[in-house]
Design a protein around this ligand. Structure first.
Ligand code: ADP
Length: 485
């Protein structure tokens, strides 16, 4: 598969700065490996501050022309990008699985939703309307316009290397912003390919710039440079806080999609089969490496044993293997450090009295494969109760009543996604309102769509991606007071 991807025409081993594909100034390159085999796929330039500054300057230079185009012109190019993505879904999905590891069918899903995000923002580009406010003065008109914020710096993670860029780049370009993107170093090709897509769609040079290399140098320049007016970041809360701090001196607009610690609450009256299916999807998708993946399962007394048994049976049947193997439902984790974190959480939980119902150790396939794992009888003193595992480990907590489970679910600094399963309508609204989270799945384990606002509260971040709200983060309001009329 490596050769097929290398020969597909979509894999670039250079950074895109101001319309030129270039290596690092130092000539340094870094190897990228397939997480399923450890085999080297190719190399990427290790860019630093100087290249980042040039990319920012190119984006700044391109801003006047790009923001001055009509919304219809920008929309047409975004529509063309969406078309190109759909036309090449197989090649792009193969590249994603090769560098990231997820099963090919999940990779196709990610590429497909990326096209949907780009299409959505192409459509929204034409609806960046303003307002006219009834004036308190007889001789004045008060207008509100919405203008692009300027150059955007985007830093993205490896778990959804293609779609995390789609949500940011689509919104930025639709709004009339230009952008400098730094994809994760573990999955750079699904980032660099956006430069190619933009070029093929006719987006002018300098509007989209993509840099690989030192995250602290690129991140440092993006946050310090006054020409960058906004930072959009998806990744860990630790790095998010660092970028927030670094951006303070130039007061940039910030959008942050950070870590989560999602609770999944199943009440006694839930549809058991539906809850089990939702639990599998909300936990094991992408081998548990999504920020909205369930981290804590809270199951009510009356349904606990039945849920645990059915869920463990279903999890034991999950097929683990290379993402390219037909029928595989769980691929490798991204690297050794990810496996070690799951191991730590498992041994900590077992040491504090948890019971293994499925899995529990590294998979016989070796590399970074881990068995899909279910542990019962979890307690609040376990590491997994507080920290995001980001791996295929499900832990089940038992609860008795609604009040108790709401308190437990909210007992975290995070507030991204939460899930609840019940057939009681009043409880649905009561519990949803009480959950301190940005998104709630009700009788649903997978909730992401381009038409709904994706975003968290508390230390899970700020701002929203996708939906009619998704453009707000890329636009400034300007108030015009027109007098002497
Ligand atoms: P994860 O735990 O999901 O890997 P990270 O926050 O470590 O999340 O990484 C997300 C993105 O942030 C990646 O592109 C990574 O290179 C980048 N990153 C990591 N450290 C820094 C930093 N000090 N400054 C800027 N970007 C960083």
């Amino acid at each position: 598969m490596k050769e097929a991807v290398r020969n597909s025409g979509w894999m670039r081993e250079a950074s895109l700065i101001g319309g030129a594909w270039v290596g690092a100034d130092s000539g340094k390159a870094h190897e990228v490996a397939n997480p399923a085999t450890g085999e080297v796929i190719g190399t990427i330039p290790v860019c630093g501050k100087a290249e980042t500054r040039r990319a920012i300057e190119a984006a700044h230079a391109a801003f006047a022309d790009w923001s001055g185009r009509t919304a219809a012109e920008r929309a047409a190019m975004l529509h063309e990008m969406a078309r190109l993505i759909r036309e090449n879904i197989e090649a792009l999905a193969q590249m994603l699985t090769l560098e990231q590891g997820k099963p090919l069918h999940e990779a196709r899903g990610e590429v497909s939703i990326s096209a949907s995000y780009i299409q959505w923002f192409a459509e929204e580009a034409r609806r960046i309307n303003g307002d006219i406010i009834p004036s308190p003065w007889k001789d004045r008109r008060l207008l509100v316009t919405r203008e692009p914020v300027g150059v955007v710096g985007a830093i993205t993670p490896w778990n959804f290397p293609f779609s995390m860029i789609a949500r940011k780049l689509g919104a930025a370009l639709a709004a009339g912003c230009t952008i400098v993107v730094k994809p994760a170093e573990l999955t750079p090709y699904c980032g660099l390919v956006w430069g190619l897509l933009a070029e093929k769609a006719g987006v002018p040079a300098g509007v989209v710039n993509i840099l690989t290399g030192s995250s602290s140098e690129i991140g440092g320049e993006l946050t310090a440079n006054p020409l960058v007016r906004k930072i959009t970041f998806t990744g860990s809360t630790r790095v998010g806080k660092l970028l927030y701090e670094q951006s303070a001196s130039t007061m940039k607009r910030m959008s942050m999609e950070l870590g989560g610690n999602a609770p999944f609450i199943v009440f006694d009256d839930a549809d058991l089969d539906r809850a089990v299916e939702g639990a599998v999807a909300a936990k094991y998708r992408n081998s548990g490496q999504t920020c909205v993946c369930t981290n804590r399962f809270y199951i009510q007394d009356g349904i606990y044993d039945a849920f645990a048994e059915k869920f463990a049976e279903r999890v034991k049947a999950l097929k683990v293997g290379s993402g390219f193997e037909p029928g595989v439902e769980q691929g490798p984790l991204i690297n050794e450090a990810a496996v070690e974190k799951v191991e730590e959480h498992v041994s900590d939980a077992l040491g504090k009295g948890a019971r293994a119902l499925a899995g529990g150790k590294r998979h016989a396939l070796g590399q970074s494969f881990f068995e899909p794992t279910v542990l019962a009888d979890a307690t609040a003193d376990m590491s997994v109760a507080r920290e995001e595992t980001f791996g295929p480990l499900a832990v089940l907590f038992r609860f008795h009543d609604e009040k108790e489970v709401i308190a437990a679910a909210n007992d975290t600094e995070f507030g991204l996604a939460a899930y609840l399963y019940t057939r009681d309508l009043a409880r649905t609204f009561r519990v949803s309102a009480a959950l301190e989270y940005g998104m709630v799945g009700i009788n649903e384990g997978i909730i992401t769509t381009e038409v709904a606002p994706f975003g968290g509260i508390k230390e899970s971040g700020m701002g929203h991606e996708g939906s009619v709200y998704g453009l707000n983060d890329y636009l400034n309001l300007k108030y015009l007071s027109v007098g002497g009329l």
